[in-house]
Design a protein around this ligand. Structure first.
Ligand code: FAD
Length: 295
């Protein structure tokens, strides 16, 4: 397979696993990453369902191991955002701000993007205090953080940040939607306050360079001040880099075995590291077999 290269968009668990497996076949993975290697996994507080780590492992530590393995195999990541991926009938072309890259096969491992607070007006002044992932806040301490959401991510974020900060989790519904074990852990942490039937309606500035949350609650209007707000209200596939033409032929190209969607970007509810990694290995094996057939 000397000289053959494959475009991989995304250096999260799925993209890295595909790259590692391709390398074993002597196929060169051209891996692109717009942000940080490790993707969403960098936000995971404690991964307890990835085999091989009997006591669990924090997401960033698992990422470090993935990176080490990729590095040992000589896999280089190109830190460029792919703005467009297209196919001209023979080659896939990935365009970034810097240049354009081509290969006969491509793997889309772009994961998900957060659902943003589209119904709230967030002034420019406040934008730097509103996050949708906790990774950028992991160094913060002694602050107060309001987390909006009630699923696994909201509670995982809360447990993570509560080690060094005070956290309030705001759920507009009337019960948590997270795994029972996360709920059990969170309710035993003194630094976490959980509020039900509390809907965030407005964000404003407040003294001390903080952010004021106006919420509707069973007691009426509730005002909370925080240093940061984290939205954990859902995620959706990150597919903006596919051109319209490519979008329409995804199924056909997948059937031909030359385009592969792997990991969270296509796994719906089943967004887990082990599944993403399995997808990556399977895609690489399919690519190898396809190239063998062609020779
Ligand atoms: C709080 C939290 C806790 C979690 N806990 C667990 C757990 O305990 N166990 C578990 O198994 N899973 C857990 N997960 C889920 C796990 O993180 C994901 O399933 C996994 O990261 C998915 O891998 P992926 O490679 O498919 O996508 P991602 O990790 O999202 O990676 C996609 C990568 O693609 C990059 N990218 C996207 N578009 C482009 C582009 N156009 N150009 C270049 N790069 C691009 C992104 O920047 C990103 O780095 C957790 C997730 C969260 C948020």
């Amino acid at each position: 397979m000397e000289g053959e290269q494959v475009i991989i968009i995304g250096a999260g668990p799925a993209g890295l696993a595909a790259a590692i497996q391709l390398k074993r076949y002597g196929i060169h993975p051209l891996v692109f990453e717009r942000a940080e290697v490790g993707g969403l996994l960098l936000n995971a507080n404690l991964v307890e369902n990835y085999p091989g780590f009997p006591s669990g492992i924090p997401g960033p530590e698992l990422v470090e191991l993935f990176v080490k393995q990729a590095h040992n195999l000589g896999i280089a990541v190109t830190f460029e955002q792919v703005s467009a991926l297209d196919y001209d009938g023979e080659l896939f072309r990935a365009s970034t701000d810097q240049k354009s890259y081509s290969a006969r096969m491509a793997v889309i491992a772009t994961g998900t993007q957060p659902v943003a607070f589209t119904d709230l007006v967030i002034s420019d002044e406040l934008k730097s205090k509103v996050f949708y992932e906790v990774y950028p806040l992991l160094g913060v301490q002694g602050k107060s953080v309001a987390i909006v959401g009630s699923g696994d991510a909201a509670f995982d974020y809360g447990l993570n940040l509560s080690r060094k900060n005070r956290v309030v989790i705001l759920n507009r519904g009337d019960s948590p939607k997270c795994l029972p074990l996360l709920w059990e852990r969170a309710r035993n942490v003194a630094a976490i306050t959980y509020r039900e039937q509390t809907t965030l309606c407005q964000l404003g500035a407040c003294p001390g360079n903080r952010i004021r949350l106006n919420c509707q609650s069973p007691e009426g209007v509730l005002q909370l001040d925080a240093d940061y707000v984290v939205g954990a209200i859902g995620r959706q596939p990150r597919l903006a880099c596919l051109t319209d033409a490519l979008n329409q032929s995804v199924k056909e190209l997948e059937d031909q075995g030359i385009l592969h969607m792997i990991g969270d970007v296509k796994n719906g509810l089943y967004r887990q590291t082990s599944i993403a990694v399995g997808d990556g290995v399977r895609a690489a094996m399919k690519i190898y077999n396809r190239l063998k057939e062609q020779r």
